[in-house]
Ligand binder design. Sequence first.
Ligand code: UT7
Length: 334
Amino acid sequence: MSLRSRITGTGMCVPDRVVTNADLVEMMDTTDEWIQQRTGIRERRWVEDGQKPSDLAFGATRAALENADLEISDIDCILLSTLSGEHDFPGTSFFLHEKIDAGDIPCIDLRAQCSGFLFGLQMADALVVSGRHRRVLVLGCEVHSTGLDKTTAGRDVSVIFGDGAGAVILEGTDAADGPGLLEVRVHSEGKHARRLWTEAPSSAAPVRLTHEMIDDRRIYPFMDGRFVFKHAVTRMPEVLLETLNAASVKLDEVDLFLFHQANLRINEFVAQKLEIPESKLVNNIQRLGNCSAAALPILLDEAAREGRLEAGQLVSLTAFGSGFTWGSAILRWG
Ligand code: UT7
């Protein structure tokens, strides 16, 4: 009997601390007007001192388990996507594993940046459909705020990012024509890796972390913003259509489109290009900023809890990010 994987629970967790554009004006030479005009962002959440990535992942996991009416003992495997690991090693998933008391089930971190959740979803789908694991917990989790250059030198990057975690539980169903994941497609293009990256600490250097790296600000993310923007608005429509085509779904059959929350202007551009009506879009970047790998599972959880998703509806998720990486998924909700 062939299995299909299906999302049976969603959850999210963001810090309580709200950082408005006005708060950023106190730290660097920027304006609320610039940030809103260029990105759509009004505020984001940043962790309090001492709040860790695994704390956010823990909150999202608990919410997803509760939503699915499951216990941690019902989960067989954890895949956690992040670009802002709690420590150099081991991965954040291990600190989550400890917090949720996950026994000896396998966990692993995936590093595919803003598209990380879709890479995780594709791998979880393969694990479930092959029968290797019955239920997989898939997370995106980021604490950006502790790694940003909050001076004017870093303003093009630091005003965008927020902290948060989102989680879904993927499990097998034998109802071949029922709700579930219809298709996930992901891509990478490493030749653009340095267009959006954090160079240091680096194992490619004779010493991983030096005072010079810190003084040169190579420990902070660098982004060639316009280059990234251009690629995002090309690759996102491309992979979205590729995925729908592979699943034999027409664009106008999709009920809801969830796009990565990097910049509201990117999403408006993509929607316009594909002639997607505004009524079929949801965004939360205005409130949460760009939470990289956590953005899509958070958006999915919010859409589900706010009643934007009805059983049987077709939902498309699409992302683009550092690497470069990009991907799209289409699923039937329920
Ligand atoms: O999530 C992963 C994928 N990431 C993305 O998809 C992000 C893609 N890129 C973008 O969204 C945009 O490129 C940004 C929002 C990051 C930047 O917008 P931009 O229109 O590309 O701005 P820019 O970097 O070209 O800078 C334009 C001007 C510059 O001033 P001059 O040289 O024209 O005088 C910057 O110094 O805006 C200035 N600027 C700022 N001014 C006020 C840059 N950042 C700020 C700021 N506040 N925060």
